[in-house]
Design a protein. Structure first.
Length: 364
């Protein structure tokens, strides 16, 4: 391991979800899912529940100051979407929510539940066919897995949960034929329509991408999210998942370090995407992940990506560990989480790859 990688390991430890916050989150989502499974109001509706979002994909970072940790819980139901409207589906679940929680809000496509230290989004879905319903029922997806478990990487800086039957679900021929081609259906409470969504495909894709990146992909996402928070703190969009999706499209396969992944990702954005692209959602290609991102906000993001790509490339190419640490700290806005140069000798490996041209930005 090169010396700069040890700095990144320390950095990743600092930006991950703290143990206390993770435990609060586990308690919150476990209670919710157990209640869904056992309560008379929902037990006959529920097919299965599983986690979604950056926590399940192992790409979450610690929340900003005065913000709470959050988790998405997908509830797969046997609601007949042909006979029940989207708003009626929400109405079927609300008595359960009111029974157990004091602070909640019906949102566009989820029910937001607010606890003292955790925010949860309960996402109601319907299986589109009996075949998919049976596949999900037989898979037993209810364990609290993350992509790290499914990828088989036991890195000490990442959350680790038991490997469960989801691994077999992803790898089975039957699942491959059924759930990949038939996304779940999600009710839109505002438009009163059902739309397609495929959270399991997002998890499967992340698992495979992480393997192709030698276990570094999820950490590239974390580091890029942290950079975006510091660099563009006043920019509302792109939010967490759209940014993660974009990183997934741009991060090169075969990377051997997080630093290499950051450089490759930002250079790809700078070189290939001067205009806002259409990002086809995993498993639901008609949906644009960048739908809510305005051209103006994308321009701001793109200019920052160009600046970041240039600085990251210089830091990555530097053969002097002290200079490299200084440059990476500058990249991350001299935040406390990225350690300062500690002066210890290390086996730093100089770069041999030629630098890639990075445009300064669209406007000069």
């Amino acid at each position: 391991m090169s010396a700069i990688q040890t700095y990144f390991l320390d950095f990743l430890k600092e930006i991950r979800l703290p143990d206390a916050s993770r435990q609060e989150l586990i308690t919150a989502h476990t209670d919710l899912r157990e209640q869904l499974k056992s309560d008379d109001l929902t037990k006959d509706l529920l097919v299965e529940s599983f986690l979604q979002g950056s926590y399940a994909r192992s790409t979450c970072i610690k929340p900003a100051p005065n913000k709470k940790v959050d988790v998405d819980v997908i509830a797969v139901t046997n609601i007949d979407h042909d006979a029940v409207s989207a708003q009626e589906a929400f109405a079927m679940i609300m008595p359960f929510v009111k029974k157990y929680y004091e602070k909640f809000e019906q949102q566009k496509r989820s029910i937001g539940i607010s606890l003292p230290k955790v925010d949860m989004d309960l996402v109601i879905t319907a299986a589109p066919s009996e075949e998919v319903k049976r596949a999900i029922e037989s898979a037993g997806l209810s364990s609290a897995f993350t992509v790290d478990d499914l990828s088989g990487y036991q890195q000490p800086l990442l959350e680790s949960y038991r490997l469960d039957s989801l691994e077999r679900f992803f790898e089975s021929d039957a699942a491959d034929q059924q759930w990949r081609t038939e996304p779940l259906l999600i009710p839109d409470n505002i438009e009163n329509q059902w739309y397609r969504t495929h959270p399991l495909e997002q998890i499967r894709w992340t698992k495979e991408k992480n393997q192709r990146c030698n276990g570094h992909y999820v950490n590239v996402v974390k580091a890029t999210k942290w950079w975006r928070r510091l660099e563009l703190s006043n920019l509302k969009y792109p939010k967490s998942y759209p940014l993660e999706h974009f990183v997934g499209d741009c991060c090169p396969d075969g990377i051997t370090s997080v630093a290499e992944g950051i450089v490759g990702t930002l250079e790809c954005i700078a070189q290939k995407y001067p205009q806002k692209p259409f990002l086809a959602d995993r498993g639901v290609p008609e949906h644009d992940v960048f739908e809510l991102l305005s051209d103006e906000d994308y321009n701001t993001f793109y200019e920052a990506a160009c600046r970041g790509a240039k600085l990251a490339r210089i830091a990555y190419n530097s053969s002097d560990i002290e200079e490299s640490v200084k440059l990476w700290r500058s990249f991350f806005k001299d935040c406390d989480e990225f350690p300062s140069y500690h002066g210890k000798p290390g086996g730093f490996t100089p770069r041999t790859q030629e630098s890639t041209y990075v445009p300064v930005g669209r406007f000069g």
